[in-house]
Write a protein that binds this ligand. Structure first.
Ligand code: SF4
Length: 376
């Protein structure tokens, strides 16, 4: 794929959150960019974004996937949400996809009506059973949010017109939790899919729960969850497992983080600034910002940004440079992991993923399972 194609645009429509999850990369990984952002995206920025995305879609002829993101995106409230969704849907008809990533706390009937009207897919963050979820996903008063999130999922799935919008749950792995309990509880929500994410970190600031770059806490946890998934006769989709198994068998992945397919991802901040993928914040302060230029949706042309050499450098950064990755027999499956997870203060991104040992353990478990079942 040429670098001048954008697959996904994340719109940071609200820069603050109504939860204070201790592992959050936006507020607790050393980047303070959110402090300078307005709390909510203004109508002017929304309108400019919709108009520019429409032009970008027409020029690249490749469908765009737009994710309403934050902070917590539902903090913009139903009135602004309706206006935004209406503008975006007019600018980006099908097959373009609109999507919202939410913690669910504000997902009431009025908001669900809007998502039904404008066909906005909904992904909800929940980490597992109450005792797992409420350990980290707390509000600013320290109260757990599990019951409120389950309530939101129940509201969404109770409605025949809204149920098809539920695209899945996003769960951050707690390596101290029981994978079977987490898998079972998440499946019990009725979700069509589970997106397991590892906790963020890098070689200079290890992910919480990981003792060293060589340890395998997350690999063990994911391997046990994989066993649950593979022995389940009616499993939901689990992106990381589905993608890796497909890659092992010669297919392709569907999203960044595994495999060697590159993805064009941009972020529009609440004030209209155009940034790189915000997961790069995990590396160091301002790692998600373009160095030489400060582009804005209000004054610059998105198509020009995508054609710039600086965008090209950012896009090419997805391919790992570390000799260990370049010579790794599992590179086509692992892909070197998320770019942010390769960071170290002394070598920049020129490292294998800090989850290298975990990835190798998980891939090996998949290969064992495949060889047993292909031989049978
Ligand atoms: S991070 Fe590790 S497993 Fe992944 S490609 Fe690099 S060396 Fe291989």
């Amino acid at each position: 794929m040429a670098y001048d194609v954008i697959d996904t645009v994340l719109l940071k429509i609200a820069s603050r959150c109504n939860l204070d999850c201790s592992y959050c990369y936006v507020y607790h990984m050393g980047d303070d960019g959110w402090r300078n952002q307005p709390k909510r995206m203004s109508h002017t920025v929304q309108a400019a974004t919709a108009s520019q995305l429409s032009r970008l879609y027409a020029s690249q002829g490749h469908r765009l996937h737009v994710v309403l993101h934050g902070g917590e995106p539902l903090l913009i409230g139903p009135t602004r949400m309706r206006t935004l969704c209406s503008m975006l849907r007019s600018a980006l008809p099908e097959p373009c996809e609109l999507h919202v990533q939410t913690n669910g706390l504000l997902l009431d009937e009025e908001i669900i009506d809007i998502f039904v009207e404008f066909e906005v897919g909904v992904s909800i963050s929940i980490d597992g059973p109450r005792k797992v979820h409420d350990r980290y996903r707390v509000d600013i008063r320290g109260r757990g949010s599990y019951d409120r999130v389950r309530g939101a999922i129940a509201r969404l799935t109770a409605r025949k017109d809204a149920r098809p919008l539920f695209s899945g749950v996003l769960a951050v792995v707690d390596p101290d939790s029981n994978p079977a309990d987490v898998y079972t509880d998440l499946k019990a929500t009725g979700t069509p899919g589970i997106d397991f994410l590892v906790r963020d970190g890098n070689h200079s600031r290890l992910p919480s729960g990981k003792a060293s770059a060589d340890s395998t806490e997350f690999g063990r946890w994911l391997s046990q969850a994989l066993d649950m998934y593979l022995s389940d006769p009616t499993p939901p989709k689990v992106r990381i497992f589905d993608d890796m198994l497909r890659l092992i068998m010669g297919g392709t992945s569907s999203k960044e983080g595994v495999g060697t397919t590159d993805y064009g991802i941009l972020v529009i901040e609440t004030d209209g600034t155009i940034n790189k993928n915000d997961t790069l914040k995990v590396a160091k302060n301002a790692a998600d910002r373009f160095d030489r230029e400060s582009w804005s949706i209000l004054s610059d042309n998105l198509t020009d940004v995508v054609q710039s050499s600086e965008y090209s450098e950012y896009y090419n950064q997805q391919q790992p440079t570390s000799p260990k990755c370049r010579n790794c027999p599992e590179l086509h499956v692992c892909g070197g992991g998320m770019v942010a997870h390769r960071w170290s203060d002394n070598r920049g991104f020129d490292n294998p993923s800090v989850f290298c040992a975990d990835q190798l353990m998980l891939i090996s478990r998949m290969r064992e399972w495949l060889s047993r079942h292909q031989a049978a």
